[in-house]
Each structure stands twice: as C-alpha cells, then as structure tokens.
Ligand binder design. Structure first.
Ligand SMILES: Cc1ncc(COP(=O)(O)O)c(C=O)c1O
Length: 397
C-alpha cells in the first residue's frame, strides 16, 4: 500500500482530527526515519518530543520484547512489579513522593486537576476549587485539561468547559498575584510553553510563582509533559529554577513511544484515596517496563547532559547560519526544545515544514511564524549540521 492509498482510506474512514503531511513512515532508527518508498529523513520532531532515546533503541526494543513475551497487562486490581519500580525511580529522580500512572499527557493533567480539587476539599477551612492557568498554555484536549488550555481556538467550540478556571498572562507575576483569591486551590503551568510557541519564562518567574503559591497556600502543578525527562538539559525543567513543585505531570518521552503518563506529587498533596481515580491500562506491565528502560537509557547514556550541550550547539549553529537571512528573527528555547522564529511575510512555519520535508528533514510548524525542533536527545553534532544545512537552504529559497 502506498501513501496515496493510505490517504484515500483516511479520506473515507478517519475522523478529520488531523491534517497529516503526505508521508507515511515504515521504519525508524536513531534520529532517522524511512518512508514506505525507502526514502530517508532526519527526524527533528521525534514524535513531538516523545522519542528521546531515538527510534528503535536496541535496549528499549529488547525490554519491550522481553516484557511482551512475559506479561503485558493484568490490572491495577493487583500489585505490579514494573509499576512499583517505575514509581520508585521517578520519585528518586524528582521532588515527588508518590505517582499515579495513566496513558497520556492530557490524562496526567486530568489526574493533577482532580488531585488539586481533592486536596482543596481536605484543607481546614476547605479552599475553593479554582485553578489558574496561563494564556497560550497547552495542557491537553480532554475537557479538564482543555479548561486549562487557555487558547480560544481549542476551547471555543467546546464551551462550556469546567467552571472555576482563570487565566493570566504567562511570565506575569503581578497578574498571578491578583488572581490568587481564596477560591483558587492550584496554579498549573508549563516551565517552558511548548505548543504555545516555545516560550521560555524570564529568570525569576518560576521562583516567584513558587513563592506566591507558598504565601497563598496554593498548590503548584508543573506540566512537564514536554519539558521533562531531560529535554531542556535537566531531568525536569523546574530544576533550572532552584525550586520544587507540589505536583508534576509527565508523558511523551516517558515510554519511548508507548502510551504512559504520570501525575507525581509530594506526600502532603498526594491525597487520592481508593476509588478517587483510576485508569484500566495505567502503568501496565508493558508500558511501565518501557518507561523503566527509558529512564535507564537516559541516565546511562548521559542524555540529560547531552540535551544541554547539544541544544546549545544546535541553537548556536541555527543563529549562525540562518541569521544571514532577512526572514530570520530568532532562535528560542532551552536544551533540545527549540523554535526558529521567522518573518511570516517572507516565509511561514508551515511553508518551512513542507519544504524541509521535501528535502528530507522533519520539523514541526507551531504557528504562522515558527517551527519547533525537538530531535531525539541522542542527536549527533553531524545530524545537527545536516538539519541546519537543510533549513538554511529552505529559508534561502
Ligand atoms: C505541555 C503539554 N501538556 C499536555 C499535552 C497533552 O499530551 P497528550 O497529547 O499526550 O494528551 C501536551 C501535548 O503536546 C503538552 O505538550
């Protein structure tokens, strides 16, 4: 079946939730993908910051094969050795004491929202159920997370959303201070806004948020679904800011492509009781084994440090090569979560995405004026050079 035949089936049988580019991949290895015709591509999207360990990492493949042959799924009705080990490892790596496992980013945020509301009801006196999120945030598409995803284009067709959500500009401590009334129990933020444009906050912003949350007795939830697990050059992006959080959500890179999400919390905030929340597949044997091996590979291959070093290298190269073009505006981001911002009057993000694909490079348009780069953390300097070469050519043309 070629990609035209696949496109025809999409047209007929799939809901129109996506607008796929006209390519279908058959195989991946490291930072490379091959399409059905055998054409090679350099993957600087990594399944949207998912394939941190690269495609088909031999250790992940082996872990999956072994676990699949042994046991895929039982249920959270029983103890699960892989899930227990994964929780032990994640809490050792982070501020957290306890984990809840689910299947995606949006579900992790649903858990964090419910956890905050449960916590609010247990305070003496109880706090209100309100939650403050930032404008341009992206926390997911299910109704709770969507209520925190403060972007009109995503929210408007689905009103009414959950009551109790308030929104403030990102990077604005005064606005947050004014929004933290006694009706509010939590603040949810991305340490770097990903889908919203790769917006890195000013120095001091997250420390200021932490201080405000402490002063007002409000929980801080950090959505590290995109930034976590090494992507920004620390295990978790909050570690750049000398703070800890009360709750944190993870997904994307956690399972090296297997669907697993997590909501982590410190003991005082981890108030769920049996029956409060659940997920049939959450943290099943196969997904937990994938996540455990992912964490091992990230640690043993030094991928956190690699992301910091290689991210600096790639950003420098992009500025050096693209800086000569009148369409170039800036490179922004942290570690290996970067965006190239261009003058959309001259070339748009989607145009760059399409032209780069034709040249064998996969990048991701996140708005009319920018493309996001989030390659596997194993990316080599040579692969960075090749990618920049292609982008340079695309922008020049
Ligand atoms: C910061 C952030 N939160 C939540 C999500 C939603 O994750 P999922 O698509 O796995 O539901 C995303 C996905 O892009 C994200 O970037």
């Amino acid at each position: 079946m070629d990609s035209a035949a696949i496109a025809a089936l999409y047209d007929q049988h799939l809901m129109r939730t996506y607008r796929p580019l006209s390519v279908a991949f058959a195989r991946g290895q490291g930072c490379r993908l091959w399409d059905l015709q055998g054409r090679e591509y350099l993957d600087f999207v990594a399944g949207i910051a998912v394939m941190a360990t690269g495609h088909s990492h031999p250790r992940i493949v082996t872990a999956l094969q072994q676990q699949a042959a042994e046991l895929v799924h039982t249920s959270n009705l029983y103890y699960n050795r892989e899930q227990a080990r994964l929780a032990e490892r994640l809490t050792a790596l982070s501020f957290a004491d306890r984990c809840f496992f689910c299947n995606s980013g949006t579900e992790a945020n649903e858990a964090a929202i419910k956890l905050a509301r449960r916590w609010a009801g247990l305070q003496d006196p109880p706090r209100g159920p309100g939650i403050i999120a930032a404008l341009s945030a992206f926390h997911g598409r299910t109704l709770g997370s969507l209520s925190a995803t403060a972007q009109e284009k995503y929210q408007k067709p689905f009103q009414p959303l959950l009551p109790g959500f308030g929104y403030v500009p990102y990077n604005d401590l005064e606005a947050l201070a004014a929004a933290l009334t006694p009706e509010i129990c939590a603040v949810i933020l991305e340490p770097v806004q990903g889908e919203g444009g790769v917006n890195v906050p000013d120095e001091g912003y997250l420390a200021g948020v932490r201080q405000l949350c402490d002063q007002r007795g409000v929980l801080l939830i950090l959505d590290e679904i995109q930034t976590g697990l090494g992507r920004t050059g620390k295990w978790f992006a909050y570690q750049h800011h000398g703070i800890e959080t009360d709750s944190m959500t993870l997904a994307k890179a956690l399972g090296s492509g297997l669907p697993i999400g997590a909501c982590l919390a410190r003991e005082a905030a981890a108030v769920f009781q049996p029956g409060d929340h659940a997920a049939t597949f959450g943290g099943n044997h196969l997904c937990s084994a994938a996540a455990l091996e992912t964490l091992q590979v990230i640690a043993e291959e030094g991928l956190v440090e690699r992301a910091a070093e290689r991210g600096g290298f790639l950003a420098g190269l992009l500025r050096q090569r693209l800086g000569a073009h009148t369409a170039f505006r800036e490179v922004r981001g942290q570690g290996l979560l970067l965006a190239v911002v261009l003058d959309p009057e001259q070339i748009t993000g989607p145009q760059v995405q399409e032209a780069a694909l034709r040249e064998g490079l996969i990048v991701n348009a996140i708005g009319p004026d920018r493309v996001r780069l989030a390659p596997p953390l194993i990316v080599s300097e040579e692969e960075c050079r090749q990618a920049v070469e292609i982008l340079d050519k695309v922008v020049a043309e």
